[in-house]
Design a protein around this ligand. Structure first.
Ligand code: GLC
Length: 874
């Protein structure tokens, strides 16, 4: 039985706003238990034996002739190459996941040599050594170390039947990361099998074979450094990462062309930069998109308003309320409104105009000609224009999803995407700001041999010569759905930055949407697995990622909710979302709000949400970097510390931006936690100030109100005052929370946080440097690097020099700053300073137009490290 059926039965029993049932109802429809799992496999007896018969050097690589196939090795950059094997004469494939294909790259300078046995292409960074018979590809670094090479004991790479595949050698200590969205307990995927087949997996778990999104990309990390491989094949793909043998790994797909990209590091960051040069970077999100979002399936209209108001009354910051499918008119008809929810949105927009709203959307369009007594234009127009996906017979495919009978837009067609985009005026005109695209796997509520909770493989997308079977398009449907919704923002809100959240994406989806990890469960196991799941998505080019905080399915205990809120405050995308309360197995409260679980949990939730808002300048800057380089906002430790072997398997800690290390408490009842601090750095405890040497595991206190948090020494964390929502107050004073050892610089980016004006240069970049100088002098300098954002109201900096004794004097050139008694006076008065015993820090109020270096003079003995922490009450 499908979810829809369950919903219908519960709705019939209780109606909207009904209470939890104890009546005997069917147990949760768990189609996943009886899942038909089809997994593409290779017949080992039938592997290819390709050999190069002749070749031709091209302007960007080489064309290979295998007789029955062609091959190409193309150099996109000196550290980035593509290998493809095609049918003779067939064009090389680039999926819609690729944003910047071959034409966008300038071939690097390279040398080419060939002998009877090999063809060797050499760039400044890599050598591609191609063996002719058997055909095999080997990538070497500039020192001649083998970075990656084909494993030829079973045959060559090529096709087994219709299935493209590649075998690669592996070293025993090679680790693997990425693979998109994988619900594993671990981060390093060595020894695992990973599949890509977008599937609506309500209540998935570590044993689920695949979930909502597919990114056939991974990073390999070994002694020679990091490299990345992107297998650009949208068919159902499978990666066997040394799960069968320690000598090799391989990947295959159920069809499509053999095409993969190879990116050489040796830094992980370089690999991600290259991969996202190819598949696209995220847009810089609007600031409200990275504030807190609150959501629930089956809020009544009134509850949405009440919840928002309660946030304001309790002074817990909040930027957006979500409207789940309940707002839709008729029987979940996309782009229509239930009048009560429409009114609720108007009330919200009138009473809390600053609050943003996000509407869920679903691709299944109800097959109905009328909603709310009006013609249902979306269905009528789509039908008139023949925009729907077809079944194998060429008839419109019809099945049940949220609407009892639905049809699906064929997003593979450009005209359909544009038309679908145009439907969004129904949301935007009503006052909706952002969109959550759900159910684009595409989910279909039928489970049998043919359906497997999605469309049948033989459904047809496209028209004329462009038709494609569903199995070839399945993993791309969500990507094109996102693309259509993104276009809606371009059509209707061209000035504003889009906020689009998607459950179902393919590689490259980051350029349209943020991603959340679907219907997780309120359990300790899920809190635990959310970390590696988000980290692996981050390493797959998708840094704007979040999970349903508190868990979606079921309800958390107070302790679990507190721990999840603490961890989730550091999710790049931060949303509290939960399942309908009309589920008999919930056994928990109706809602999952910060105040649902008593005063203590409310205070803890508020504390961490406020901390996120205080860190907004820092977080926003991390997003800016992500939009430029593909660098994760939430980084696995191995991202910055890949040479520290201890970090390779760490999957329960992460870096929040470049400088903060978070070790969330993931175990029930725990009040301490072990934390690994990466080597070659010193780490200051954010709460106590104590500094620890890196390269060790320490045990720290972690009572319920504390998440272990550390800051790398020689860091500046830009912070600001708390706001109730991101645009509440202009940024006038920027706090520079500084952890100084020797010297630190930070480039601070600022723009309007909302429009696309920054794309035309309307932003400021200011570089701050704080350094320790001989004679006990600490110097602060700032340099305006870009100044094109005219509306900046930033007028002063509050330098907070942590772990510091009181200076004897502070001055800028000859002008002396005034010593005052307390922090409040410093905050209010320019050119003042104070020392706070309690915070073990010096605070200096520096006007933003101070062009001179500001010097803090200590006692001439040097500043010296400060004691072991005084509990600064951050
Ligand atoms: C799906 C989504 C979930 C949403 C629900 C109802 O299960 O993943 O977030 O609340 O549908 O729209």
């Amino acid at each position: 039985m499908g979810r829809r059926t369950l919903l219908k039965s519960t709705a019939a029993l209780f109606g909207v706003g009904g209470v939890l049932a104890s009546a005997s109802r069917p147990a949760r429809a768990d189609h996943y238990d009886s899942k038909i799992h089809y997994e593409p496999q290779l017949d080992n007896e039938n592997l290819a034996q390709l050999s190069v018969q002749s070749h031709k050097i091209l302007g960007d690589g080489v064309k290979l002739d295998f007789g029955d196939h062609d091959g190409y090795v193309r150099l996109f950059a000196d550290d980035f190459a593509r290998v493809s094997v095609t049918e003779p004469g067939q064009a090389e494939y680039e999926s819609p996941g690729v944003a910047n294909g071959l034409d966008e790259w300038d071939a690097p300078t390279f040398g080419a040599e060939s002998t009877s046995e090999r063809i060797v292409l050499e760039t400044e960074s890599i050598t591609v050594d191609i063996s002719k018979d058997p055909f095999g590809v080997k990538f070497l670094d500039a020192d001649g170390n083998v970075v990656n090479e084909d494993y030829l004991d079973k045959g060559t790479s090529g096709y087994e039947g219709d299935k493209p595949y590649v075998y690669k050698k592996t070293d025993e200590n090679e680790a693997f990361y990425g693979f998109g969205e994988q619900p594993d307990m671990g981060f390093n995927q060595r020894g695992e099998k990973l599949e890509n087949w977008n599937t609506d997996q309500y209540g998935y778990g570590p044993d689920s074979d695949y979930v909502y999104s597919s990114v056939p990309f991974f990073v390999g990390l070994k002694d020679t450094g990091a490299y990345g491989i992107f297998f650009d094949d949208p068919y159902h793909s499978v990666f066997h990462m040394a799960d069968e043998s320690d000598d090799y790994y391989y990947f295959l797909a159920d069809g499509g062309q053999l095409t993969y990209y190879f990116a050489y590091g040796p830094e992980v960051s370089t690999v991600l930069d290259r991969y996202t040069d190819l598949t696209g970077k995220i847009d810089l999100p609007p600031k409200w998109g990275i504030g807190l979002h609150q959501s629930k399936w089956e809020y009544t209209a009134q509850e949405i308003v009440d919840t928002a108001e309660t946030y304001r009354e309790k002074e817990i910051p909040l930027d957006a309320m979500h409207f789940d499918i309940d707002y839709m008119g008729g029987e979940y008809n996309a782009f229509t409104w239930d009048p009560d929810y429409y009114d609720a949105l108007q009330t919200l927009n009138a009473d809390l105009p600053e609050l943003h709203s996000v509407a869920v959307n679903d691709p299944g369009v109800g097959k109905t000609t009328e909603v709310n007594g009006e013609p249902y234009e979306t269905y009528l127009e789509g039908t008139e224009n023949d925009y729907w996906v077809k079944d194998a017979d060429g008839d419109t495919f019809t099945a049940e999803v949220w609407p009892p009978e639905a049809v699906w837009p064929d997003f593979s067609r450009e005209e359909v995407r544009s038309w679908y985009a145009s439907q969004h005026d129904a949301l935007f005109d009503a006052g909706i700001d952002g969109v959550k695209n759900d159910m684009g796997e595409p989910a279909v509520f039928q489970k049998n041999e043919k359906y497997d909770w999605t469309m049948p493989h033989d459904n047809i997308h496209g028209v004329g010569e462009d038709t494609i079977r569903h199995e070839a398009y399945h993993n791309l449907y969500g990507l094109d759905y996102a693309r259509a919704a993104y276009e809606a923002f371009e059509q209707y809100k061209p000035e504003k930055r889009p906020f689009l959240l998607n459950r179902n994406l393919f590689a490259g989806g980051q350029r349209y949407a943020a991603i959340w990890t679907g219907d997780n469960v309120s359990s300790w196991e899920h809190l635990r697995l959310s970390i590696p799941m988000m980290l692996n998505l981050s390493v797959s080019g998708m840094p704007f990622v979040g999970c349903d905080i508190g868990g979606f399915v079921n309800r958390p205990s107070p302790e679990l909710f507190a721990r999840w809120m603490q961890a989730g405050a550091f999710n790049p995308y931060c949303r509290n979302h939960t399942d309908s309360h009309r589920k008999d197995e919930l056994n928990g409260p109706r809602n999952q709000h910060p105040w649902t679980f008593g005063e203590e949990v409310e205070a803890i939730s508020k504390q961490y949400i406020e901390l996120r808002y205080r860190l907004l300048p820092y977080l926003y800057n991390a997003f800016k970097t992500a939009s430029e380089t593909g660098k994760p906002v939430q980084q696995p430790l191995m991202f910055q510390f890949q040479d520290d072997e201890q970090t390779v398997d760490i999957d329960d800690q992460f870096m929040f931006g470049d400088d903060m290390l978070v070790a969330p408490v993931l175990e029930k009842g725990a009040t301490t936690r072990e934390v690994y601090l990466p080597e070659d750095e010193q780490w200051a405890d954010f709460w106590t100030d104590a500094v620890h040497e890196g390269g060790q595991t320490i045990t720290v206190d972690a009572p319920l109100d504390r998440v272990p948090l550390f800051v790398k020494m020689d860091s500046i964390i830009p912070m600001r005052e708390i706001q109730q929502y991101t645009g509440e107050k202009p940024l006038t004073m920027l706090t520079l929370d500084t952890y100084l050892d020797e010297e630190v610089s930070y480039s601070f980016y600022e723009d309007d946080g909302e429009t696309r004006a920054h794309e035309n240069g309307a932003y400021n970049v200011t570089e701050f440097t704080v350094s320790t100088n001989p004679g006990g002098v600490v110097t602060f300098e700032r340099e305006h690097e870009e100044q094109n954002y005219d509306d900046s109201e930033l007028s002063s900096y509050l330098l907070k020099l942590n772990r510091s004794e009181a200076p004897q004097k502070v001055q800028a050139a000859a002008a002396k700053y005034t010593a005052v008694d307390d922090a409040e006076t410093v905050t209010e008065t320019s050119e003042t300073y104070t020392h706070s015993e309690e915070q073990n820090a010096v605070l200096v109020h520096i006007p933003a137009d101070e062009d001179n270096a500001v010097r803090l003079f200590f006692n001439g003995q040097g500043r010296g490290p400060q004691g072991q922490g005084k509990g600064r009450g951050h």
